[in-house]
Design a protein around this ligand. Structure first.
Ligand code: KG4
Ligand code: ZN
Length: 350
């Protein structure tokens, strides 16, 4: 194994994160600095502010991880960075920093796809988490984040067959928009999740779209519009009075759709191993429903611990070190890309 430890950098959206990761996915240390306090004033991520904060925070965070772990540059075999997809200005800070480190320190560099990081996040390991199976055999991945909601059949690193994805909004976006509509604000998913805990998921009826027998695609824009209509009809006072029922019912509609598509993917492919990953996999209702479903059907399921659900550099480091050990690397011409479908990743390295 040529690459034993890498430094990884993740700045694709509003979280600044760095990690030290080993070749088997061992997380030696992961640091994440979120900007929630800044963006909550605007009830959403402001790209310009996000990139400005990355440029202030990233280098001090790298310094901190090296000091805390007493790591010297000679212990690090390569530099990994999220290069795509994401907010261009945010990605740019990470990519330029990684390229500079790689050039000055003469270390191999690799830019990875953020979604590939999410796919392998459930296979990270640390002092308090060891995955229940490894990724040596095919599995189904439901990746649910703020920008993406997709189902893949994963045959290995770089081998992603898209089974279905959302035709419009991502599930995370549906959570975030609803949170804004009911006045909970940012960060939306977490706030709707906690408001739902005291609510009745059958309190209101919301649509579950595209429920055809073989349908593995998803759509959340109809749900979002239904939410807006209902909130307008109810008026401010009623929304406040029934906030937890509203949140629980809306959340249930999203979770129902996600679980329905995941179940179809398993039955259609005959595969019995699944991961649910990405920021929305932190959702307590989705985690509980997925657990119960796996138990009832005797499927093997991995959902990462909360620290690896939302954006983090550890998952990026794992995808990157696997690619470096496959003999791949990026050139100094590496640049950020706002859009980058995961199923195109394989073509890049042939
Ligand atoms: O993966 P992630 O951190 O960033 C992207 O790659 O987009 O995902 C962020 C998304 C946001 O939309 C956020 O509202 C959602 O994940 N999220 C949640 C929860 N925690 C984060 N959604 C529902 N319930 C949660 N507990
Ligand atoms: Zn993400």
């Amino acid at each position: 194994m040529k690459f034993r430890k890498v430094l990884s950098i993740e700045t694709s959206c509003d979280d600044t994160s760095v990690a030290l990761v080993g070749h088997e996915g061992t997380v030696f240390k992961s640091l994440v600095l979120n900007q929630n306090n800044v963006h909550k004033i605007f009830a959403g991520v402001v790209p310009e502010i996000a990139s400005r904060n990355h440029s202030s925070h990233l280098v001090p965070l790298i310094d901190e991880i090296l000091k805390e772990t007493q790591t010297s540059w000679s212990d690090i075999d390569g530099i990994v960075v999220t290069a795509r997809p994401g907010l261009l200005g945010s990605l740019m800070v990470g990519v330029v920093t990684a390229k500079t480190l790689a050039m000055v320190l003469k270390k191999p560099l690799i830019g990875v796809n953020h979604l590939e990081g999410h796919i392998f996040a459930p296979f990270l390991r640390d002092e308090s988490y060891v995955p229940g199976f490894d990724h040596g055999e095919p599995f189904i991945a439901l990746t649910v984040s703020g920008g993406h909601t997709s189902l893949y059949l994963v045959r290995g690193l770089g081998e992603y067959h898209l089974l279905g994805e959302t035709l419009d909004d991502a599930a995370g976006e549906a959570f975030d928009k609803f949170s804004k509509m009911v006045g909970l604000g940012y960060p939306g998913g977490v706030l709707v999740d906690s408001a739902s805990k005291a609510g009745n998921p059958k309190g209101f009826s919301f649509p579950r779209s595209m429920s055809g027998e073989n349908e593995m695609r998803m759509s959340f824009s109809g749900l979002k519009s239904a939410g807006l209509r209902l909130i307008t009809e109810l008026g401010e006072e009623q929304v406040e009075a029934r906030l937890s029922d509203l949140c629980a019912s809306y959340q249930e509609a999203i979770v129902d759709v996600l679980m329905d598509r995941l179940d179809k993917a398993m039955r259609r492919t005959g595969i019995r191993r699944a991961v649910v990953t990405g920021g929305v996999s932190a959702n307590s209702r989705l985690r509980a429903r997925a657990d119960e479903w796996a138990k009832n059907n005797r499927f093997n399921l991995l959902v990462p611990p909360l620290r690896y659900c939302s954006d983090n550099a550890a998952m990026i480091g794992y995808a990157g070190i696997m690619r470096l050990n496959n003999g791949e690397h990026s050139e100094q011409s590496l640049g950020p890309e706002a859009r980058a479908p995961l199923y195109e990743e394989r073509l890049r390295w042939q």
